[in-house]
Design a protein around this ligand. Structure first.
Ligand SMILES: [Fe+2]
Ligand SMILES: [Fe+2]
Length: 151
């Protein structure tokens, strides 16, 4: 179920909250495994936002946030392996951006463990961060990898 197909009770959402942005064609890197992981990540984020909006129980939110964290970490490892194998010159800066994204999700898990459920504003920030990272850094990395394999 997608976040926009859920009934939203405005009482559950802060007024400034916006659902995280979803997949769009401009995010396509042309590297199928990475594109699939990106779509899965954005879908997991949207799913979690839908659960938050719907006022899902704490256990459900924990499960969905853990799912997002696992997929994000796995995805970052996939890209970092590709960059290392290819000798991509921007890999350290790229990996640092991954750490920042992982930190945002880990921070939500930490807060959750303290009893604070994820909120749409934080999820939206993660969505914006992911979108920007894919648009700028992942597309640049994908361009390098594709050029390497084209010669
Ligand atoms: Fe990346
Ligand atoms: Fe990525």
């Amino acid at each position: 179920m997608l976040w926009y197909s859920l009934n939203v009770n405005p009482a559950h959402a802060p007024r400034s909250a916006r659902p995280p942005a979803g997949w769009r064609r401009q995010l396509e890197t042309g590297l199928e495994p990475l594109d699939r992981q990106h779509r899965d990540l954005l879908e997991a984020l949207a799913h979690l936002a839908g659960a938050v909006e719907a006022g899902a129980p704490k256990a459900k939110l924990e499960e969905e946030l853990a799912f997002l964290a696992r997929h994000l970490i796995k995805h970052c490892q996939t890209e970092e392996t590709l960059m290392r194998e290819a000798g991509f010159p921007g890999r350290v800066a790229h990996a640092n951006q991954h750490q920042e994204l992982v930190h945002l999700v880990r921070d939500l898990q930490y807060r959750q463990a303290k009893g604070q459920s994820p909120d749409l504003e934080a999820l939206s920030r993660i969505g914006i961060g992911l979108d920007q990272h894919i648009c700028e850094s992942d597309l640049a990395m994908a361009g390098y990898l594709k050029a390497l394999h084209a010669v």
